[in-house]
Design a protein around this ligand. Structure first.
Ligand SMILES: [Mg+2]
Length: 324
């Protein structure tokens, strides 16, 4: 497939509660772990130094995570990026280990040189806007309904970290430096995508860049690899954890569709993301329509190319059939 824009499409991906979860202690108590989703390679130890102290934090890759990176790296015009509001030292170590796992699963060693890592210090901290700045201007740095302090401003990727940090320092004094400006920002943003499960990180004006995904949740009591070719989601059961457990399948399904349309129709990928899912979540009222189920099914087809055993992660009250 050819990308007509010449520039790479950068896909900036959230880490916590999307690619990984730190909720592992309950799993370790279990006598059985699913071999497809919870094998040894899915448990990744982030090792880093912060404030002169060494840290080791165990992370579990969410279902489909390794295959998701194989899928993204397979397009030579895509440059994946990790963008987490966690600290940089942790993100760098974790990202390297995730990419290495994707390489070990059948990828190419050149992938190690084809991704970026962005962290808390690369976010725009709205709390640092000067105290006497007008409330009306301050609101322009918040997406509607949200008050969180850190924003993932994708223009940072375009400007580069150093230049963007300089712009931030200026903007804290004079917000006009980085106020959202549709006309000026559109060409900057058209090849940048943010995959995120928490819309409070959205920088206003970058709604079209956002692929909002479900927040990851373990299905309990046991997470097992689904046996069957259906898409086992029950919209009438409020306890149904299908969407949360399979958030990566959703991202893969939407991105595959958006990339195909982008190559065929020569539309900016941001425009396609907006048409396909942005209009559903942005108003917040159409909650029932968020995360259309057919994208999960499509995502399974896409990710399975890299692992034929891969299926949805679903809940079971007892360990998986194969090891009973
Ligand atoms: Mg997150």
């Amino acid at each position: 497939m050819k990308n007509h824009t010449k520039n790479p499409i950068v896909i900036a991906i959230d880490i916590d509660d999307f690619l990984t979860t730190m909720e592992t202690s309950e799993l370790h108590k279990k006598e059985w772990l699913d071999p497809v989703h919870h094998s040894e390679k899915h448990f990744v130890m982030a090792e880093f130094t912060h404030h002169d102290r060494d840290h080791k934090v165990e992370n579990l890759l969410t279902p489909g995570c390794i295959e998701f990176f194989q899928f993204l790296f397979d397009y030579d015009f895509i440059r994946p990026a990790f963008f987490s509001s966690g600290i940089r030292a942790r993100n760098i170590d974790l990202a390297k280990k995730i990419v290495q796992t994707a390489i070990d699963a059948g990828g190419d060693s050149s992938w190690m040189d084809r991704y970026d890592v962005y962290s808390r210090e690369d976010c725009f901290d709205t709390e640092r806007l000067k105290y006497d700045i007008d409330e009306e201007i301050r609101r322009k740095f918040q997406p509607e309904h949200f008050f969180g302090n850190y924003k993932k401003d994708l223009r940072m990727i375009y400007y580069g970290r150093e230049k963007y940090h300089e712009l931030c320092e200026k903007a804290f004094e004079d917000p006009s430096v980085l106020l959202p400006d549709h006309e000026k920002d559109e060409p900057i943003l058209r090849n940048l995508v943010m995959v995120e499960e928490d819309s409070s990180y959205l920088f206003p004006g970058q709604e079209k860049n956002m692929l909002l995904c479900p927040t990851y949740f373990h299905p309990y009591t046991y997470l097992i690899n689904h046996q069957g070719e259906d898409t086992p989601h029950d919209p009438d059961d409020w306890r149904d954890k299908f969407k949360g457990a399979n958030t990566i399948f959703y991202a893969a399904g939407v991105l595959n569709h958006a990339i195909e349309r982008h190559c065929r129709e020569k539309l900016p990928i941001t425009e396609i993301l907006w048409q396909e899912q942005g209009t559903l979540w942005v108003g917040r009222k159409r909650y029932q329509e968020w995360f259309p189920i057919h994208f999960f099914t499509k995502g399974r087809d896409v990710l399975r190319k890299y692992n034929p055993k891969l299926n949805f992660a679903v809940a079971s009250s007892e360990p998986g059939a194969s090891l009973k």
